[in-house]
Design a protein around this ligand. Structure first.
Ligand code: BTN
Length: 342
């Protein structure tokens, strides 16, 4: 059975409440609302309404204010809904899901599931958030997570055969995410080793997998997926990599966040359920189809070391192969940060 919950969480700056949701739902209608109309409609004082409006910009939402008319959101807002997401799940995927939670605001969906698994270790626990106050990326980076415009999802899965059996999981997850985006109608999707979601040399999404448990027995993986649907100029100042969002790829904006969330679960959960039986071999040829690094000049950073060369693909274990410029030999990488060179 599912647990469908909408949480109100507290953060450093803004406490997200049901009133936020009520006001946002009105502001998302494609017309202006005056503060007196909002105040009368919601039974709140005009100064309270003003404070809520002010807090929205702290959450990364853009509000248009026109004197004499009132306020509306700059962009259409589709809040995540557990009911909507469930509606489009395949029946066999529904069986793999143990919980589906949507949080208005959370520190990090990965952190939340890491804690939740200490109480009840289970597969198929899905946690979405409208915003994260401490969204985490790979290599200790921040994952920019403003409210209501992107996807922040974490999923749990319990595996039986230890860490070693999961070495290629991150590549298989990349394949699942690309399958979902392709089904959404996005063409020319790419994967940058090990599992960055790329589109025309720019990062559209990222995957953060965290594994805990016994190295040779039962272990739990938390799979975090972040996808950029819309990032405003204001929120991107701290992003150091070339990035893109779905809004720029499909300017007509005719996709639904809820439908995309269902697609992600439809593709991710079966890959998780099958991974221990199928292993990476099952996904290698598909990963290679999406490989956007093959034959490209790159630099690979491992700790303080830098290796320059040309990417020669991935081996059967999912390791990156680099034809190194300095030695003219093939070097194999299990980890490292890769950046394209001109
Ligand atoms: C990367 O650096 O490429 C990985 C980014 C992963 C971001 C997602 S958003 C949902 C989940 N919660 C987090 O704090 N991080 C992951």
């Amino acid at each position: 059975m599912y647990k469908d919950l909408i949480y109100n969480n507290t953060t450093n700056n803004v406490t997200f409440t049901n009133n936020h949701t009520k006001i946002l739902t009105r502001l998302a209608e494609e017309r202006f609302h005056s503060s007196s109309e909002l105040s009368a409609g919601l039974g709140l004082s005009r100064s309270a309404i003003w404070k809520y409006l002010h807090s929205f910009s702290e959450l990364g939402l853009e509000i248009i204010a026109v004197s004499g008319k009132g306020y509306r959101l700059k962009r259409r807002l589709e809040l995540l809904s557990a009911a909507q997401i469930k509606k489009e799940l395949k029946p066999e995927v529904e069986l793999l899901l143990s919980a589906l939670e949507i949080h208005s605001q959370i520190t990090s969906t990965n952190n939340y599931l890491l804690e939740a698994m200490k109480i009840k270790n289970e597969s198929g626990y899905a946690c979405f958030a409208e915003s994260q106050t401490n969204g985490r990326g790979r290599q200790g980076r921040e994952w920019v997570s403003p409210f209501g415009s992107n996807i922040y999802l974490s999923l749990s899965w319990v595996f039986e055969n230890g860490f070693a059996s999961l070495s290629g999981l991150s590549l298989a997850i990349g394949v699942a995410v690309v399958r979902a985006l392709t089904e959404l109608g996005i063409s020319n999707m790419g994967l940058k080793w090990p599992n960055d979601i790329y589109w025309q040399d720019k990062k559209l999404g990222g995957i953060l997998i965290e594994i805990s448990g016994e190295s040779s027995g039962e272990c739990t993986a938390i799979i975090g997926v972040g996808l950029n649907l819309y990032l405003s100029e204001k929120t991107t100042a701290t992003i150091t990599q070339p990035w893109i969002d779905l809004d720029k790829i499909t300017p007509k904006n005719n996709y639904s966040r809820n439908a995309l969330s269902s697609l992600l679960l439809n593709h991710l959960l079966p890959v998780l359920a099958e991974f221990e039986n199928q292993t990476l071999q099952h996904y290698l040829s598909e990963w290679r189809e999406y490989d956007c690094m093959q034959g490209r000049k790159v630099s690979i950073y491992r700790g303080q070391q830098q290796f320059d060369g040309v990417v020669a693909g991935i081996d059967h274990n999912g390791m990156l192969l680099l034809k190194e410029k300095l030695t003219n030999t093939i070097k194999t990488f299990a980890s490292g940060e890769v950046s394209f060179r001109k």
